[in-house]
Design a protein around this ligand. Structure first.
Ligand SMILES: C[S@@+](CC[C@H](N)C(=O)[O-])C[C@H]1O[C@@H](n2cnc3c(N)ncnc32)[C@H](O)[C@@H]1O
Length: 340
């Protein structure tokens, strides 16, 4: 994501080093979120920037997470369907690549739906879901603990774009990271490479990465996936304004903005924006910001890769491609890489 810069290592604060909290008999939650008012800082800085921008990680409040679930069901949005089909179809082969009894670390785990497909076949020593949305993470962990009572869960409430240390609790084993949903596409390529290099350090020599990549395809189909006929993606994008109103005492009127999504060919990326339909002033956390009519606030990038481009990027970060599974119906790839 163009807006999502990799932050330097964070200062240790009480929140970061606080003791883990128990969520179920074999499930604990660790906190790696450094400061409570990061949302405020990022929104105020983004509204003051030229062009204005808000990082996409802030889409996922409770309503945003629910809207994302609806997006996954849309006929126009094939990513979730194709990736899930690949995981189901090749489950045994994927599990054999990853190896049983590993630490499975999932970045941006959300409802952990895709990991569920692997858990029985993998029987990981530890499952470590990592998410920025605390409500979603707690809910997913409690459900997993009920459905997989044998599973040892060490959940981490964190921003995966930050540099943070993995909790060391639980039986030690080879580490494998999982990053589904083509969320890597939200990073600019340089930030994606930095993220991959950090992941390589987290899993260590011989560790692995299973990752979902949305591939380049015909522009019309790509654009429709981010601007569906029913307007669900528009609601998802506009929900950011409601979240700012609620959490930062904002006075955005969502009807004065419209959702815009297009493919930027030069950068091979879908861009999402919120465009002001009138000249207006907005107050957030006591500060005033001016939008001119037609001004766009950048809210998401979603880069599309070829397998070869992504392989080159991952190689610079220390990973070697071991195996790939490509969607038959839609151009989407699940790749397995190892640190060597
Ligand atoms: C697009 S959803 C993907 C969910 C699931 N992994 C899938 O593939 O369907 C993105 C998830 O990642 C989380 N997320 C987004 N940005 C994040 C960040 N910077 N750090 C941690 N979690 C993040 C969101 O809260 C949400 O649960």
């Amino acid at each position: 994501m163009a807006n999502e810069r990799s932050a330097p290592p964070l200062p240790l604060t009480a929140a970061r080093i606080g003791a883990p909290r128990s969520l179920a008999p074999r499930a604990r939650l660790h906190t790696r979120i450094p400061v409570a008012d990061r949302f405020r800082e990022d929104v105020l800085a983004g509204l003051a920037a030229r062009p204005k921008r808000i990082p996409p990680k802030y889409f996922y409040d409770e309503r945003g997470s629910r809207l994302f679930e609806l997006i996954c069901e849309l006929p126009e949005y094939a990513i979730t369907r194709v990736e899930t089909t690949l995981m189901e179809r090749h489950r045994q082969e994927i599990a054999a690549c990853l190896g049983t009894g590993v630490w499975l670390i999932e970045y941006g785990s959300g409802n952990s739906r895709k990991s569920r497909l692997l858990l029985e076949a993998l029987r990981p020593a530890v499952y470590m879901p990592v998410d920025i949305s605390l409500e979603m993470l707690e809910h997913a962990v409690r459900q997993l603990a009920l459905d997989f009572p044998w599973l040892h869960i060490e959940a981490v409430w964190a921003d995966y774009a930050d540099a943070w240390e993995l909790p060391q609790s639980g039986p030690q084993a080879r580490r494998v990271a999982y990053f589904p949903g083509s969320s890597i596409g939200n990073f600019d390529p340089e930030d994606a490479q930095r993220f991959l290099a950090r992941t390589a350090r987290q899993v260590g020599e011989g560790g692995g990465l299973l990752i979902g990549i949305d591939l380049k395809r015909e522009v019309d189909r790509l654009t429709r996936a981010y601007d569906d006929a029913g307007g669900v993606t528009a609601q998802f994008n506009l929900n950011l304004l409601l979240r700012i109103n609620r959490e930062l005492k904002g006075d955005f009127v969502p009807e004065r903005f419209r959702h815009v999504a297009f493919y930027n060919e030069a950068f091979s990326r879908i861009e999402m924006h919120l465009q002001s339909v009138v000249h207006q002033q907005v107050t957030v956390a006591g500060r005033r910001f001016c939008f001119f009519a037609g001004e766009a606030m950048h809210t998401e990038n979603s880069y599309k890769y070829s397998v070869q481009d992504f392989e080159a990027l991952a190689r610079c970060a220390g990973f070697r491609l071991k195996q790939s599974w490509i969607g038959a119906e839609e151009p989407f790839a699940v790749l397995y890489l190892e640190v060597s």
